[in-house]
Design a binder for this molecule. Structure first.
Ligand SMILES: [Ca+2]
Ligand SMILES: [Ca+2]
Ligand SMILES: [Ca+2]
Length: 140
């Protein structure tokens, strides 16, 4: 099961927009090593559910679904800053298309799929390990 990895990846995936690269780049000041969830390879393997060495869009979407569900404490179908604990405010606003202070599943998915397509350097609809590793946050 990927569950043990997912909670640690949540904030990164939803808002830091670097799900697959988590733990690779040196964390910014203030991020403790203890909160670094996994190496790139571990994240990649966790995301690669069918084990074919590529992250398909469905696999990526599945991760988002899992993370969304894990974070939506009150199960109202949207994530508030409080539910996300300490979101990056710029990224939160960037994802909050209608500026209501909540991220709906659609808002997050749209934002994350944009990231996916940006990371997909050769545009073949899947991320290989190197594309995943070069996944870079939008707002940095
Ligand atoms: Ca795969
Ligand atoms: Ca909620
Ligand atoms: Ca919103």
């Amino acid at each position: 099961m990927n569950r043990s990895v997912l909670p640690a990846l949540l904030a990164a995936v939803i808002l830091a927009t670097a799900p697959l690269a988590a733990g690779r780049a040196a964390p910014p000041a203030g991020a403790s090593p203890a909160s670094t969830p996994a190496t790139v390879e571990e994240s990649f393997r966790a995301a690669d559910r069918n084990g074919n060495g590529l992250i398909e869009e469905e696999e990526y979407a599945w991760q988002i679904v899992q993370m969304f569900a894990a974070h939506d404490a009150d199960q109202d179908g949207s994530l508030t800053a409080a539910e996300l604990m300490e979101p990056d405010r710029r990224l939160f606003r960037a994802a909050d298309a209608n500026r209501d202070g909540k991220l709906t599943f659609q808002e997050i998915m749209k934002c994350k799929l944009n990231d996916f397509r940006r990371a997909d350097g050769d545009g073949n609809g899947v991320l290989n390990a190197s594309e995943a590793a070069s996944f870079t946050p939008v707002a940095r």
